[in-house]
Design a protein. Structure first.
Length: 143
């Protein structure tokens, strides 16, 4: 199995120059999550592709603590936390691609907006949408 993984990583590395450059460090633009590019490897709740995570009925700080725990349980790594903005990364098994997953807490609306995007490639075969759905489901069920 290690030989297959090594071969896949080698082939992926050889062709990585054919993919577009990854976006710059994730960030907010005008206080909101960035819109997704036109490629189908990104979803963002602030721009209608997926629903945000609802945390009404709990304190915002409790919601952020829960979100940190869920990211960790799902194998993600928090890269930055600026209070109401959180940036994490998830590594896709087998190929080792890194996806950026960002969160923006909207205290007034009682929601956490989420953006999940592949750094490389064109299509993600639904991985980012599935990740957001899993995050939302875990958040809801861990109440």
């Amino acid at each position: 199995m290690n030989i297959i993984n090594d071969a896949l990583k080698t082939v992926t590395g050889m062709f990585s120059g054919l993919w577009p450059e990854p976006e710059s460090r994730p960030r907010l633009v005008d206080g909101r999550l960035r819109p997704c590019p036109t490629t189908p490897n990104c979803v963002c709740s602030e721009h209608g592709a997926v629903e945000p995570i609802v945390f009404q009925g709990m304190l915002a700080d409790e919601a952020l603590e829960r979100l940190h725990r869920i990211i960790d349980e799902m194998g993600g790594v928090v890269q930055g936390d600026d209070g109401d903005y959180l940036w994490s990364t998830f590594t896709v098994p087998v190929f080792g691609f890194v996806d950026d997953v960002e969160f923006r807490l909207d205290r007034e609306a009682g929601v956490i907006h989420v953006r999940s995007a592949s750094r490389l490639g064109f299509s993600d075969l639904g991985v980012n949408r599935g990740r957001v759905e899993e995050l939302r489901g875990r958040f809801r069920s861990s109440a």
